[in-house]
Design a protein around this ligand. Structure first.
Ligand SMILES: Cc1ncc(COP(=O)(O)O)c(C=O)c1O
Length: 399
């Protein structure tokens, strides 16, 4: 791979790439040198149907021949129909579309700010978020993201954010005061290393929010659209949030984000409160419809749960086999992390050399995020490659 032009013309914002990807099909990717890889990154939890799923490609191509973009000056039938489908999954409420996860969270933050100007929430302004969370890179979403590694160099960020540790309800109880307008939380921390918000914690948080008149806002950008074995990650806890952010898997690879606000509060947005040129374009919505069609027709939410159990069990066996290198397996559905004792960079590189792509996360974790329609043979192949790579790393260490 010749990276001369890459270095010359692209801002050096990302670490130097080691692969040049040119083609994908299902759970497989090919690079410019013709090498084949099993893709357990799904473009960071995005291509939930795998690459170039025939129904997705057909629907997007068909839409591209009809109309791609017209802006939100006009009603877009594909957008209205998508809102209806998402509301039927999430609950009575309304949708606003955007283009990314960070923008979806910006929407939630702006929702909280707008709500603070209403008689229901006068005098409140603080947003409480979880330590070790990740909500995106825009200045608002970054203000809700505590980790110094993301914030460094961009301060001062927005005022009015405080943080408490995940799953420590007493800490949230102490911080959630009469100035708190909203709580923003991931049901499973993704970039933070796959840490699940426990069901009893989410239920306790919901109770605190109701008692203290604060809004409960859930970031389902990474954990949503079937990835965890539920349509949304918080569904298994039975809570009823006031607002939810979506993106990543929603478009199956085409950029689309969205946020849902419950019927009780959706009227805080008035004409002109917020806006986006591209959000919810006919093409983006066609991509999302194609994703939802396949998820529904092929039962991919249930599939993610079942395949996740197989992957989790296989990785747990490897933790038993390599106890000095591996700590534990975390997560559920197809949002799973293998936590290592030390820096996982060497193992990630070895997996890549052996044909398996995975993605790192905070806290020495490696994320396994295959498409929701990954098959048993592909999971077995991934587990075999992982075992092989771990054995190689162990041999190297003992030399
Ligand atoms: C939970 C969560 N929220 C928000 C974001 C930001 O999404 P985007 O990169 O599309 O802006 C991410 C991205 O990884 C995420 O995992």
């Amino acid at each position: 791979m010749d990276s001369t032009d890459h270095k010359k013309f692209l801002i050096g914002n990302y670490a130097s790439p080691v692969l040049e990807i040119v083609r994908g099909e299902g759970a497989k990717l090919w690079d410019s040198e013709g090498r084949e890889f099993l893709d357990f990154t799904s473009g960071i939890a995005v291509t939930n149907l795998g690459h170039c799923h025939p129904h997705w490609t057909e629907q997007v191509s068909r839409q591209a021949e009809k109309i791609v973009h017209c802006s939100n000056l006009y009603s877009i039938p594909e957008q209205v129909r998508l809102a209806k489908r998402l509301v039927s999954e999430i609950g009575p409420g309304k949708m606003l579309f955007c283009n990314s996860g960070a923008e979806a969270n910006e929407g939630l933050i702006k929702f909280a700010r707008l709500a603070s100007g209403t008689p229901d929430f006068q005098g409140k302004g603080k947003i409480l978020a979880a330590e070790n969370a990740f909500h995106g890179r825009t200045m608002g979403a970054l203000s809700a993201t505590a980790s110094p590694k993301y914030r460094k160099g961009f301060e001062p960020l927005l005022d009015g954010f405080e943080f408490a540790p995940l799953n420590d309800l007493d800490a949230w109880d102490r911080k959630l005061d009469d100035k708190t307008i909203a709580v923003l939380i991931e049901s499973i921390q993704g970039e933070g290393g796959i840490h699940e918000a426990r069901d009893d914690f989410l239920q306790g948080l919901e109770k605190l929010c109701r008692e203290r008149n604060a809004l409960l806002m859930i970031d389902e950008v990474q954990s949503g659209i079937g990835r965890t074995g539920d349509f949304l990650g918080y569904h298994q806890s039975g809570i009823s949030p006031d607002a939810v952010a979506l993106a990543k898997g929603l478009g199956g690879g085409f950029p689309i984000g969205a946020f849902w606000i419950s019927d009780q509060w959706s009227a805080v947005f008035k004409p002109g409160s917020h806006g986006t040129t591209f959000g919810g374009s006919p093409l983006a919505c066609a991509a999302a419809h194609a994703v939802l069609d396949v998820i529904e027709n092929d039962g991919l939410v249930e599939a993610a749960r079942e395949k996740g159990l197989v992957l989790h069990a296989g990785l747990s066996r490897l933790v038993e086999r390599f106890p000095t290198m591996l700590e534990e397996v975390r997560g559920r559905g197809l949002m799973i992390a293998l936590a290592m004792e030390n820096d996982p960079a060497e193992l990630i590189a070895s997996l890549r050399e052996k044909g398996l792509l995975v993605v790192g996360a905070a806290g020495n974790a490696i994320r396994f995020l295959p498409p929701l329609n990954v098959d048993d043979a592909e999971i077995e192949q991934a587990l075999n490659i992982t075992e092989d790579a771990l054995a190689s790393c162990q041999t190297k260490k003992s030399e």
